[in-house]
Design a protein around this ligand. Sequence first.
Ligand code: ZN
Length: 777
Amino acid sequence: MKEEAVLDMPASETTPLLVVQTAPRRQRYPHHVLRRTCTVILGVVLAVALTLFVLPIRLVSRNDGSLSVNVPWSKSDSESWPHGDGLTYKELQAILQETPIAGKIEEWSKYYTAGPHLAGANFSQVLWTQEKWKEFGVDDTTIATYDVYINYPLDHRLALLKKKGADDYDIAFEATLEEDVLEEDSTSGLPDRVPTFHGYSATGNVTAPFVYANFGTYEDYQDLIDAGISVEGKIVIVKYGGLFRGLKVKRAQDLGAVGVIIYSDPQEDGDVTELNGYEAYPAGPARNPSAVQRGSVQFLSVAPGDPTTPGYASKPGVDRQSPEHSIPTIPSLPISYTEALPLLKALNGHGPKASEFNKYWQGGGLAHKGVEYNIGPTPDDIVINLYNQQDYVTTPLWNVIGVIKGTIPDEVVILGNHRDAWVAGGAGDPNSGSAALNEVVRSFGEALKTGWKPLRTIVFASWDGEEYGLVGSTEWVEENLPWLTVANAVYINVDAAATGPSLSVSASPLLNKAFYEITSIVQSPNQTIKGQTVRDTWDGRISSLGSGSDYTAFQEFAGVPSVSFGFSGGKSDPVYHYHSNYDSFDWMRRFGDPGWHYHVTTAKLFSLLGAYFSEKPILGFNATDYATHLQQYVDHIRPHADKLPEQTHFSFGPLERSISHLHAAAVDFDAYAADLGSQLSEDVPWYHWWKKLQLFYKIRGVNTKYKNFERKYLYEDGLDGRSWFKHVVFAPGLWTGYAGATYPGLVESLDAGNVTNAVRWSEIIQERIHEATKLLE
Ligand SMILES: [Zn+2]
C-alpha cells in the first residue's frame, strides 16, 4: 500500500517542489501561452527529476510514509538503505534462530495430524492455518481456491481365486485392504480414516492371471519382454521403490496389462527389518507388516497439476481437457506385504525366478516367508480379481497464502509446504513441514512486532492437493505466471521436514552457495561433537531437481530457481511408514523425531534461507556454480551417446563450448556483484548521494539479471511429448518421476537413437545457454 502512496501523493506533499509554478509574473511577456508553455516545460523537467532521483531512492528506502526521510540528503535514510527496515540482518537472524521451539512444533503437529485432511477435504485446517498466520502477525493471509478434478475412494476388492469350472471360482485369499488398528497409535483406528487407494487411479473390475514385474521400472518391463513374458491381458504385481508409482502403472498399461498391484517389500527397509531381529511398529522400529503406501498414480513426468487443465489454472468455468494423457485407464491398488504374501506364493513354481534375471531383480525381502519370487504368469486357473471403484469429482481445493510486503515490490521470495496428506496423520509427510512452516511464519511475525519490514516481499504458501499431483501449487503458479515471471526471485520448499536425521537437498545450482552458508550457521541436533552445525554433519550433496513436490511448477514451468530439503532416515534408522496410517503423531513422537529437534532445525533453516534471499542487498545467487554444474551434467549424460547406431556421430563439443562461454561470463558477473556488495559498506559522504544512487541502479541491474537467469533456460515449446515441462536442463526423468533428469530433451533423443533430434536438442540448449550468457555479459 505504501509504495503506491508515492504515486498518488497528495498535493501538499509535493508543494515545495512545485514552487516554480508560482514564480513572480514576468510582465515582459504578456503572452500567456508562452508563459504557460515555459511553466509546463519546467514542471515536466522537475517531474522527471523527481522520478529519476527521488522515486528510486524511495523504492529501496525506509517506508514510514513521510517523504522527508526519503530525499537523498536524509541522513536516516542512508543508514538503512538498501536493507530491510527496522532490524539489521544479524538482528533478524537472531530472532529466526531463537523463536522456533519444540513445544510449539508438537502443538502444530498434534493439530494437523488429528484427523483426515485429504486434498479438497480439509477446509477446517485451511481456516485454522489462515487464523494462525494472522495471529502471528501476517495480516495479509488469504485463501486461493481452485476447482480441480480428483478422486475419492468408494469401494475396492482384491482376491486370489482358483478356477473350478467355467464361471466357478474358489476364493483362495480375500485381502482386507486394511491396515491394523493399533492401540498404541491413536489415529490408526479413527472411524473416518482414509481407505487404502491410489490417487487418480481408474475405476475398474478385472479378473486375470498375474505376473511379477520386480519394481516396475522401464528396464524391468523390458527384461520381461526380452524373456518372452507378456503382461498383455494380465494383472501385474510390483514392489514399491525406485521410481514414481504412476510410472509403474503407465508402462504396464502401455504394454496391455489390465491392472496393477503395488506392495511394500521389506527389501526397501535397509537393516531395520524383522528378519534382522527388529520388532515391528508399534513395539519396535521395523515396518508394521500391515502398512500400506497410498499415493498418486498420475503420470507425473508427463504433466503435474489438474489433469483436465494442463498449463492453465482450474478456475470455475474454464475449458477442460480429457485427463487420459496424464492419468491411468487401468485400475490399481496398493497393498501391504502381509497381503502380498499369498499372491507372491501363488506364483511359486510358475515361470522363471527373479534370481535368474540381472542384478536389479535380486534381493526380495520375503524369501524367509516362503516367497520364491517367480515371475509367472500364473496358469489360467489361478487369477486375481481386482476391483477399484473411485468417485471422480471436480471440487474446490485451497491454498493458504500469506504475504509480508517488502520495500522492493518486484523481487519476491516464496516459502511453501503442502498441507494435505493421504492419511489422518501425515506427521512426516507433509505435516512435519507444516509444523515447521508455522514456526517460520511465527518467527517472521516476531520480527514484524519489532517494526521490521523486509527488503523483498516474502510469501508463505500452505498448498493443498500436493499428494494427488502437485495440484494446488501447479494451479497457483499457472494462474500467477505473469506476475511470478516478473517478480519471483526464488522458491523454497519443504515437504516432509523430519522423518529421520539425514539432510537431503535438491536445488537449482544457483542456490548451492546459499544453502551451504545457511547450514553453516544452524546447530545440528546431533551434538556428539559439541557445537557442530548442520553443515558439519551433512555430506554436502545437493541433487538436481526432478519432481515429487511443489517446487516442480516453479522450477520447471516458470523458471524460478528453487530448493527443496528435509531430514529423513537412512538404512539403520526406524522405518518411515510413508503414506501409511502409521505416519502418525505417535510414530513421530516415539521413532521419527523424538524431542522434535529436527523439526525445529528445519524451521530455522527454512526461515534463515528465506531471510538470506529477502534481506541481502545483492540476491544470494551464484551463476558460476550453475555453469560448473552444466558442465558436470554433460559428463553425466555422455554415456547415453554410446547407444547411438554405429555409423552415426554426435558431438558434445558445441554444447561444451557454449557452457565454457557461460562460465567465463558467470565468473565475471559474480565478481562484479560481489564488488558492488562490498561498495555498500563503504562510507559515502551525504553530498555524494548520487554515487549511492548510481550504486543502487547497478545493484538493481545485477539483481534483475540474477532473477531472470533461470528463466533463460525455458523453451516455449517444452519437452517432446510433455510440453508442460519448459526447462531444457531440469525435468523429472521420463521413466523415474522423482529423480531429476538433466538435459532431458537431449538424453531422451540419444536413448531413442535419434541423432537428428539429439542435434536439434543440443542446438536448443546451446541457444538457451547463449541467451543466459548474453544476459550476464
Ligand atoms: Zn508430501
